[in-house]
Design a protein around this ligand. Structure first.
Ligand code: NDP
Length: 349
């Protein structure tokens, strides 16, 4: 055990959406922790749409493993508070091993933390981590659904969408999901308990959505944009609330970075005439202030089975680029993860 395999970006211009040759598998020494650092083995890699945005904007360091949030186990530690064997949330990226701690690059709010084993450790990059916080902040804190409201959530079977919709159900709202394939729509209603779900693959999406929302829309949780937003727009009620969480349909576009501004421009006549309140969500703004609050609220709901959470777990470092591309085009079913090593908390030894 001396070598570390990882995926890095290949040289050359980036395509609109990831292709087979966009990433290159590399091998290097397993890093040695310096003072204030720990070296960890990756168990789960989280694949998220924002990682493509990071690559397009060249936010992560070049020649390093592609950035990702991970669940890992400490192998060697010179970092206070972390000992070999500890399970941690960190950012090893698309790599078998990585360092955390002093001088290791990470987005500033993705602070390494020790995990307890009272819930599944994979949930630390999902429902009990950034995705749970995204859903909680975007739904409960920014949109405040009330009993009787009609709430619409796009990408409803995905990592964020499934939680956001169930949180609105907890507040007594009538919740309508928008998802792709029929199997996803059935999951959203039959398993997650949404009141209805319409497919954005249907040629009659605007009419289908209008039929599913006979009293109009009071809250819209936007994950996608494009034609889905156009179908939602005419249905907004007076004083409706909209959270712009993500615009995945636009991430491959040249102008993807300005997609929130484009959407605001398109919606402006309706927003101002009906007094729709639109809030942009950036989960990092809530990480320090609301993570514990989210855990205290969402954790017991998950433990009691009142919030269900589906993961799509693929196996092995080799599959990461393909799994990432599949997630971006909707071929995931639940929160997309790749497992790189055994999860001892599940009895895998
Ligand atoms: P998901 O697990 O929801 O996976 C993405 C899903 O998006 C796909 O499964 C697919 O579902 C749907 N999708 C992809 N392309 C399209 C398209 N062109 N039209 C319609 N649907 C499409 O991902 P996440 O839960 O991780 O992320 C959801 C959104 O939340 C993203 O936009 C992401 O960027 C955003 N986000 C924002 C954060 C913030 O701080 N603001 C933090 C975290 C996430 P289907 O097959 O049902 O169409």
């Amino acid at each position: 055990m001396t070598m570390n395999r990882f995926w890095a970006l290949a040289e050359g211009p980036l395509p609109a959406w990831p292709q087979e040759d966009t990433f290159v598998l590399k091998e290097g020494e397993i890093p040695t922790p310096g003072p204030g650092q720990a070296m960890t083995r990756t168990i789960y890699v989280s694949l998220d749409p924002y990682q493509w945005y990071y690559k397009q904007q060249r936010i992560e360091p070049v020649d390093a493993p592609c950035h990702a949030r991970t669940v890992s186990q400490v192998v060697r530690s010179r970092m206070d508070g972390f000992a070999p064997g500890d399970f941690v949330f960190n950012t090893n990226g698309w790599a078998e091993y990585g360092l955390m701690g002093k001088d290791v690059w990470r987005p500033n709010y993705m602070v390494p933390r020790k995990l307890d084993e009272s819930s599944r450790i994979s949930h630390a990059v999902g429902v009990l981590g950034m995705l749970g916080l995204t859903a909680y902040a975007g739904m409960d804190l920014l949109a405040s659904p009330k009993a009787g409201d009609t709430v619409v959530v796009s990408a409803a079977s995905g990592g964020v969408g499934q939680i956001a919709g169930q949180l609105a159900k907890q507040r007594g709202a009538r919740v309508v999901g928008i998802a792709g394939r029929d199997t996803k729509c059935r999951f959203v209603t039959d398993e997650l308990g949404f009141d209805a779900c319409v497919s954005h693959l249907s040629p009659t999406l605007p009419a289908d959505l209008a039929a599913a929302c006979p009293a109009g829309i009071d809250v819209y949780f936007e994950n996608v944009g494009g034609k889905i937003f156009e179908a939602v727009l005419p249905l907004f009620n007076a004083a409706a609330r909209m959270t712009i969480c993500g615009l995945i349909a636009h991430y491959g576009e040249e102008a993807g970075r300005d997609s929130r501004a484009m959407l605001m421009k398109l919606g402006e006549p309706v927003f101002s005439s009906r007094g729709v309140r639109v809030k942009n969500l950036s989960v990092g703004d809530f990480a320090a202030s609301h993570h514990e609050e989210m855990l205290a609220y969402v954790g017991p709901l998950v433990a009691a089975g009142k919030i269900k959470y589906r993961e799509d777990i693929r196996q092995g470092l080799e599959v990461i680029p393909a799994a990432f591309a599949q997630m971006l085009r909707g071929d995931n079913f639940g929160k997309m993860l790749v497992q790189l090593s055994l999860d001892p908390t599940l009895g895998q030894v």
